[in-house]
Design a binder for this molecule. Structure first.
Ligand SMILES: NC(=O)c1ccc[n+]([C@@H]2O[C@H](COP(=O)([O-])OP(=O)(O)OC[C@H]3O[C@@H](n4cnc5c(N)ncnc54)[C@H](O)[C@@H]3O)[C@@H](O)[C@H]2O)c1
Length: 457
């Protein structure tokens, strides 16, 4: 099938590459010339396991191409996936300007029937706006071209995006019940047929329910995290171990083990903005989503939890103190720094006069870029951030180590070496990678999240 992907970012590039891998003829469009140049020169603009190989293989086979040519992109695909960003607007609602711009382009250039698929995460009712934008452009040039707008939200996780796309838990597709909607249904069904061979994974529904499903999923996951983080802070006060509690409750099949890890807050390009956008949608419809407001507030606070623990240990004034930070990306296996907890911690330590040496296995270039923006107003403060060559290099003469991202590479360090490098054997672990008892035995002062157990069994 002929597919166009509009927006060649995390979602667009993975979607395009995976659909090409299944034999489709894919055209990836982006407005960012530098991104397209990287891809056309055989590079990959993001870090995502397995993606480079798939892109290279399909590029060589001529099944995927990359371009900034809008007219050619619209002419190419019978199915046009909109996978552009939907960042938060100032009021927390999703900024739909890129989605609407993509829709207008389709209306401007469409020369035959098009299925327009909203793959970006968009608020309930966005398909209507996309439909109106396309219709207005078609009308402006007196075109009678037919089209249908479909919602097909994406559930991939950065860091496992290729695997998630290729082996989805579910595929959610919302179509309307017009004649064009039925045509779209048939095309989408054959596009996704290879994913349903083993068993049916597609949930067909109306467009608004499909749009809503994506927000409901992210809101639920964010809620579980904030719930555990709030309880972890209480566990620290009462002297309980949140990890023991996690096992104790996760074993209940009604609760399950997933997404119950306490830590230093969730970040990334999805949960923070999607929780906000759903709250905003609710407000527009006269409803206050009390739970989600709390989820967001707890998370914003939780991003400061490591900073607070460091201040409690080393004092309010951190001038002359130096800290090692392991992990900058918002989660492992990605270089995505959007809303990463590391940025809050670095800002807080540096603001209090400390210097830091930071290390991440893949996010160093992206960290340099975003921290320059974070410190744009006080560039001198950025001088107190050193970008280390390795985890060990980051530790040199540090007063303590703070762990912010749970990369596998940080899970089994040489503790003797860590102790030798640090001025004091103090670890603040924002991801609960280690066992407090084992750390104490190894001679560390260990501060986890919700792990201040008072008694030993
Ligand atoms: N990143 C994730 O893990 C993830 C997962 C599920 C859903 N989503 C959703 O998918 C959407 C895209 O997210 P992302 O992380 O891939 O964003 P991204 O910022 O990585 O990529 C978006 C791309 O769209 C391009 N773009 C913007 N306007 C354009 C236009 N008019 N024409 C062509 N290209 C244009 C940008 O240059 C950019 O390369 C968002 O709505 C997001 O919420 C993201």
């Amino acid at each position: 099938m002929k597919i166009t992907i509009i927006g060649t970012g995390y979602v667009g590039l993975v979607t395009g590459a995976c659909l090409a891998e299944l034999g489709n003829d894919v055209f990836c469009l982006d407005v960012d010339q530098s991104k397209i140049d990287i891809l056309n020169n055989g590079g990959i603009p993001i870090h995502e396991p397995g993606l480079a190989e798939i892109v290279a293989r399909n590029r060589a086979a001529g099944r995927i191409k990359f371009s900034t040519d809008v007219a050619a992109s619209v002419a190419h695909g019978d199915i046009q996936f909109i996978a552009v960003g939907t960042p938060p607007d100032e009021d927390g609602s999703a900024d739909l300007q890129y989605v609407v711009a993509a829709a207008r382009n389709i209306g401007r250039h469409a020369n035959g029937f098009k299925v327009v698929v909203d793959k970006s995460t968009v608020p309930v009712g966005t398909a209507d706006r996309v439909r109106a934008a396309i219709a207005a452009e078609l009308e402006a040039r007196s075109s009678t071209v037919k089209f249908s707008v479909v919602s097909n939200p994406e559930f991939l996780k950065e860091g496992a995006a290729v695997e998630d796309f290729m082996r989805p838990d579910r595929i959610v597709i919302g179509c309307d019940d017009t004649a064009e909607g039925q045509q779209a249904h048939a095309l989408m069904k054959s596009l996704y047929a290879p994913f349903n061979r083993n068993h049916e994974r597609t949930f067909w529904m109306d467009v608004r329910s499909a749009e809503f499903t994506k927000y409901a999923a992210n809101a639920m996951l964010a809620t579980r995290i904030s719930f555990m983080n709030e309880l972890a802070n209480l566990a620290d006060r009462v002297g309980a171990d949140i990890e023991a509690v996690r096992h104790g409750i996760g074993s209940d099949p009604r609760i399950g083990y997933s997404f119950l890890y306490a830590g230093c807050g969730y970040g990334g390009s999805c949960f923070p903005k999607d929780v906000q956008a759903l709250e905003r949608t609710a407000r527009d419809f006269g409803q206050d989503l009390l739970i989600l407001r709390a989820v967001e507030a707890v998370n914003n606070k939780q991003k400061h939890v490591l900073g607070k623990k460091i201040v409690a240990r080393f004092g309010e004034d951190l001038a002359g103190k130096h800290f090692a930070i392991w992990g900058l990306a918002f989660k492992p296996n990605t270089d995505d720094m959007r809303e990463a907890s590391s940025r809050v911690l670095i800002g807080e330590l540096v603001k209090r006069g400390a210097s830091v040496a930071v290390y991440d296995p893949v996010a160093m270039p992206e960290a340099k870029r975003v921290l320059a923006l974070d410190f744009a107003a006080e560039p001198a403060a950025l001088q107190r951030v050193r970008f280390a060559e390795s985890p060990t290099d980051a530790l040199q003469s540090a007063d303590a180590l703070a762990i912010v991202t749970e990369w596998k590479a940080f899970r089994s360090p040489d503790f003797e070496q860590v102790k030798r490098q640090l001025k004091e054997p103090v670890i603040f672990d924002g991801r609960n990678l280690f066992e407090p008892a084992a750390m104490a035995e190894a001679g560390f002062e260990y501060h986890g999240i919700g792990r201040s157990v008072l008694t030993k069994v």
